[in-house]
Design a protein around this ligand. Sequence first.
Ligand SMILES: [Zn+2]
Length: 285
Amino acid sequence: MPELPEAETIIRGLQPLTGQRLGTVEVLYPDVVEEGPALRQGAEGSQIVQVHRRGKNVILDLVQGDGARPSLVVNLGMSGRLLLRPLGDPSPPPTHPGLRASVARLDGTPVGELVYHDPRRFGRIRLLSARAFQAWSETLGPEPLSAHFRSVDLEAGLKRSRSPIRSWLLDQRRIAGVGNIYANEALFLAGIHPETPAAEIPSERVPGLHRALKRVLRDAVAAQGTTLRDYRTAQGWEGSYGTALRVYGRENQPCPQCRTPVVRRVFGNRSAFLCPRCQPEPEVP
Ligand SMILES: [Zn+2]
């Protein structure tokens, strides 16, 4: 499932879209597109003024002919890909295109197409007005790679919750962009058991968790994300962080620090991976 590093990699690959114009928009999977007819009408002919990211969502800021500035918000779900296909791209066309938009220069010269591909169809594409975008963005937590995300704020948030720390990290209202892979990896680096109640993480351990989150996310962005199955960059390439994973998906394999076999635990409907020695169970009070 694409998380922050995968979304960041995709938006970097989509930067050539900036300043270009969307032409014909085709909705092929109406179930992944919210209000398809209105979205088509709003997007067609708009200029893309910025491609950016909020949490794990890819955002295309548009400006319409009348000056309105809506945003196309793409949540990649489990298996969504956003592919930028230049004109005459020799690679085979995507097998599960959910939305396709032609892209042209401002003078009308066609340059290619933007394709949203999603075999499992858990993704979602919405066109939000500037005001609706602002309201939605405010429901999300801070961006963990921004300077505004400070250890003291993380500590204040943790103190208010009894949720297991892994679940807390996955809650997009707490921090935007962290999913199961990077939550598990950061908790391993910080030496914290994933089931530790958030409020019970001692203050002196919080800076370590804060550092671990930033490090794991930054390294994964540098590796262009993690491809386990479906994720690809905007150019169709695989991310290479998979080989750097320390515990995620490594059940029964040796911990990179102490060689104890990695353990998988299921809670909150998701697998957690941990080293039972480096990440001791929280003490029952
Ligand atoms: Zn270990």
